[in-house]
Design a protein around this ligand. Structure first.
Ligand SMILES: C[S@@+](CC[C@H](N)C(=O)[O-])C[C@H]1O[C@@H](n2cnc3c(N)ncnc32)[C@H](O)[C@@H]1O
Length: 296
């Protein structure tokens, strides 16, 4: 299998799973929307459709992906990232821009995209919380990424004409029709009785239980083809009924964020996919009955 197209490190990024998830997309859909796009690993690694969209509600993420897609902006983006060194000063400056944007400050797409990129690449586990001091290896991959994976992503977005939008994924899902495919790698549900105790690293874009409930209600009403990625939970098992949803356990997957700051490994969790349509036959063959399960 060819190597997956990457972009930049991202908390919850699907670098290792994107190819497997892409196999669930049926042929013949008129559109594919990666509605909670993050670092775009899903949309960059799935089959072609006449309309392809990367979406993220966080304006800084949409700005960053616009910088990677747009021919003119991409050149400017590379120049800016090359001239501003990997350093704590650059990291803190990036955080000031992002905080300013959140409180109503106005920035260009380039300013916002560069700041988000620097913040993600220079923080521990891409959480934007604390500066990650680089070693030789990290510095090398920081430099090489610009003319390696980011270039690949840029040309792929151009070739496939992947559009960038900044909308609420729940609205996109609600509007979709039977020929539209919507990928929903939503922020996970966290809580004392869930697989994950703490919420993710998406700040204002993390989801509480209420939002998950609203999302699941809408998911049951949409006419579109929907693929949800996430972790097992009682709420999802209750709401995504087996007469309408097929649940597939992709197994335990090592994650980029599987190590804590102190170097301890965190418990692994199973990645689950739910689909409300019949996936391609080869996926049905590949995942044996033991991995298909009923939500009861
Ligand atoms: C689990 S991450 C997606 C990771 C992505 N698949 C990747 O490979 O990098 C979830 C993303 O959803 C975005 N998000 C949160 N709420 C959203 C909403 N209501 N609509 C669209 N995007 C949203 C977050 O900003 C975050 O980037």
């Amino acid at each position: 299998m060819a190597k997956a197209i990457g972009t930049f490190p991202y908390y919850g990024g699907k670098q290792r799973l994107c190819k497997r998830i892409a196999e669930f997309i049926p042929q013949g859909v008129v559109s594919i929307t990666d509605a909670c796009g993050g670092s775009a690993k899903l949309i960059l690694n799935c089959r072609y459709a006449p309309r392809m969209v990367y979406n993220d509600l966080n304006p800084a993420m949409a700005a960053l992906m616009t910088c990677i897609k747009d021919r003119h902006l991409f050149g400017e983006f590379l120049k800016r990232v090359e001239t501003e060194p990997y350093s704590e000063t650059t990291f803190e400056r990036a955080r000031v821009v992002l905080a300013g944007q959140r409180t109503g400050g106005r920035y260009t797409q380039l300013e916002l995209g560069v700041a988000k990129y620097q913040g993600l690449c220079m923080s521990f586990n891409s959480t934007m919380e604390s500066y990650a001091k680089p070693d030789e290896k990290k510095l090398r991959s920081y430099r090489e990424r610009l003319y390696g994976s980011l270039q690949d992503a840029h040309f792929h977005m151009d070739d496939y004409d992947i559009q960038v939008t900044c909308r609420d994924a729940i609205d996109i899902m609600a509007e979709s029709g039977p020929e539209d495919m919507v990928l929903l790698d939503v922020p996970y549900l966290a809580g004392p009785n869930e697989e994950r105790r703490k919420t993710g690293a998406y700040g204002a874009y993390d989801w509480g239980r209420d939002l998950h409930e609203k999302f699941l209600d809408r998911a049951n009403q949409t006419a579109g083809k929907v693929l949800i990625c996430g972790y097992e939970s009682r709420l999802y098992a209750e709401r995504l009924k087996p007469d309408r949803w097929l649940k597939v356990d992709l197994g335990e997957v090592a994650k980029v964020s599987a190590r804590s700051k102190l170097g301890e490994s965190k418990p692994r969790v199973h990645e689950i996919v739910w689909v409300n349509y019949e996936p391609p036959a080869k996926v049905i063959r590949k995942f044996t009955n033991s991995q298909f399960s009923k939500n009861v």
